[in-house]
Write a protein that binds this ligand. Structure first.
Ligand code: PLP
Length: 442
C-alpha cells in the first residue's frame, strides 16, 4: 500500500488540532502506521520504543493478542448500547473487579468516558452529598457553605472546567480562564520527597487551611504520591496519610485521583496503598483499558451513594451517552485480568531497579537539576526548558518516543519493556542531555 505521507501530513498540519499545539505554527507530527509490543511503527520503516505508554495507558504494550481478541469478541455481540435502563455483562464484570481490587468501603461505581469526566463526576458527587446533609441538618452550616474544593499546588486533574479549576494555578490554565473558572483553595505542594525523612512541619499551612475554611470545603482532591502533569513530583506517603486524617477531622470528603497512578504504575496496584488509606471517592482512567479505549470510573462509598440518592434530585445527576460502553468495558476486563494474573509487580520492580541504577545517575549532567524514580516512572528535571521540535527529532532519530514538556523529560514505559529496550531509552536521554541545542536559553 503506497501512501503519500507528505499530503497526509500537510492535511494534518493545516486542519487538525493536536494536544496543546498551535494551529498556525504547529510542531511536527510523526505518522504512526501501526504498533506492536513496545514499538510504534512510523512512516518510512522507522521504529521507536514508546517510553510514554501513550500517556500512562498502554501498560501491556500495543496489539496485545488477548486485548485485541476481547474487542473482536465483544464487537460481534454488542459494541454499544445506552446504559439508561439497560445493562450488560462487560460492565457488571468490570464493576465487580474494580470493587474487589480497591479498598473495601468503595462499593459503588460510576463509569464515564475520560479521566477529566471522572473528576467532574467526583466533584458533583461531593457537592450533591453535602447538599443532602445540609437539608438534613439545617443548622449544621450556612446555606452558602461547602461549595469549595481544596487541593495542593502542582496538581493536574484534567482539562474540563471543573477539573481545570483544581489544576496548578500557575502552570495550569487559570490565568487564561480567570473570568470563568471557579475559585478554590490551594495549599502548598507536598514538599518531602518520597524516600526522604518525613517532616511533619510541612503540614502546618495545610492544617491551617482546613481549620480556617473547612465549613466551605466540600472535598479535598489530590493525586496520590505522584503528581503527574503538574510537575512529575513524587512525595512522601505520610503526606497522603495526613490528608486522610485532616479530612476526617474536619469533615471534608477525600477525592483521590489515581487516573495516572492506578494499575501498578508506582509499584503498588493503587498508589493509595503506599499510605494505607481509603479515599471517599476514587477516580480511575488511563491504564484501565490497557490503553485500548477511553474509559474512566469514579468509585465511592455506600454512605456517599445513599446520601447523594437521598437528596433533592433523588439520584445522581450525570449520564454520558457512552456510559459503560461494552467494548471499553470488555477490553478493561481483559486488561485487568492480564495484569492480575501476570507478575506485574516483579516487572515494575525490575524497571524501577534499572531506572534507579541507570537513570538516577544522569543527575551528573550540568543540564540536569534533579532525577527521580518510583515504580515504572522515571523523571529527569532539567535546568532549562527543552527545545521541543529539536529534542523530539533527536529522540526519534535514536529510536525512542519520549514527549517532554517544559523542564521535564519523563518516562513511564509499558510494563513489558525489556532491559535492552529500556537501556535504549535511557541512553537516548543521556545523549540529549549533553546536547545544548536540545534546550532553550531559559
Ligand atoms: C490524565 C489525567 C487526568 C485527565 O484524564 P483524561 O482522560 O485526559 O481526561 C486527570 N487526572 C490525572 C491525574 C491525569 O493524569
Amino acid at each position: 500500500m503506497s501512501k503519500n505521507y507528505t499530503d497526509l501530513l500537510d492535511f494534518d498540519k493545516n486542519n487538525i488540532w493536536h494536544p496543546y499545539t498551535s494551529m498556525s505554527n504547529p510542531l511536527p507530527s510523526y505518522f504512526v502506521e501501526s504498533a506492536q509490543g513496545v514499538y510504534l511503527h512510523l512512516s518510512e520503516g522507522k521504529k521507536v520504543v514508546d517510553a510514554m505508554s501513550s500517556w500512562w495507558a498502554v501498560v501491556h504494550g500495543y496489539n496485545h493478542p488477548v486485548l485485541t481478541q476481547a474487542i473482536v469478541d465483544q464487537a460481534s455481540k454488542v459494541s454499544h448500547v445506552m446504559f439508561g435502563g439497560l445493562t450488560h455483562q462487560p460492565a457488571i464484570e468490570l464493576c465487580q473487579k474494580l470493587i474487589e481490587l480497591t479498598p473495601a468501603p468503595l462499593s459503588k461505581v460510576f463509569l464515564s468516558d475520560s479521566g477529566s469526566v471522572s473528576v467532574e463526576v467526583a466533584m458533583k458527587m461531593a457537592y450533591q452529598y453535602w447538599g443532602t446533609i445540609k437539608k438534613r441538618q439545617a443548622n449544621r452550616f450556612k446555606a452558602t457553605d461547602k461549595t469549595k474544593l481544596l487541593t495542593v499546588r502542582n496538581g493536574y486533574h484534567g482539562d474540563t472546567f471543573a477539573a481545570m479549576s483544581v489544576c496548578d494555578p500557575v502552570n495550569g490554565m487559570h490565568q487564561m480562564f480567570e473570568q470563568v473558572i471557579s475559585q478554590h483553595y490551594f495549599a502548598p505542594a507536598p514538599k518531602t520527597a518520597f524516600g526522604q525523612e518525613w517532616d511533619s512541619c510541612e503540614l502546618d499551612e495545610l492544617t491551617t487551611t482546613f481549620k480556617d475554611h473547612h465549613q466551605e470545603i466540600a472535598a479535598f482532591i489530590i493525586e496520590p504520591v505522584v503528581q503527574g502533569a503538574g510537575g512529575m513530583r513524587i512525595y512522601h506517603p505520610q503526606y497522603l496519610a495526613a490528608c486522610r486524617q485532616l479530612c476526617d477531622q474536619y469533615d471534608v470528603l477525600l477525592i483521590v485521583d489515581e487516573i495516572a497512578t492506578g494499575f501498578g504504575r508506582t509499584g503498588k496496584l493503587f498508589a493509595c496503598e503506599w499510605a494505607d488509606i481509603t479515599p471517599d471517592i476514587l477516580c480511575l482512567g488511563k491504564a484501565l483499558t490497557g490503553g485500548y479505549m477511553t474509559l474512566a470510573a469514579t468509585l465511592c462509598s455506600e454512605e456517599i451513594a445513599t446520601t447523594v440518592s437521598d437528596g433533592e434530585a433523588g439520584c445522581f445527576m450525570h449520564g454520558p451517552t457512552f456510559m459503560g460502553n461494552p467494548l471499553a468495558c470488555a477490553v478493561a476486563n481483559a486488561s485487568i485480568d492480564l495484569l492480575i494474573t501476570s507478575n506485574w509487580q516483579e516487572k515494575v520492580n525490575t524497571i524501577q531497579a534499572q531506572l534507579t541504577k541507570e537513570l538516577l545517575p544522569l543527575v551528573r549532567h550540568k543540564s540536569v537539576a534533579d532525577t527521580r524514580v518510583i515504580g515504572a516512572i522515571g523523571v529527569v528535571e532539567t535546568n532549562n526548558p527543552v527545545n521541543m521540535a529539536h529534542i523530539q527529532k533527536r529522540f526519534v532519530e535514536m529510536g525512542v518516543w519520549i514527549r517532554p514538556f517544559g523542564k521535564l523529560i519523563y518516562i513511564m514505559p509499558p510494563f513489558i519493556t525489556t532491559p535492552d529496550e529500556l537501556r535504549t531509552v535511557i541512553n537516548a536521554i543521556d545523549t540529549v542531555l549533553a546536547e545544548p541545542e536540545c534546550f532553550l536559553e531559559k
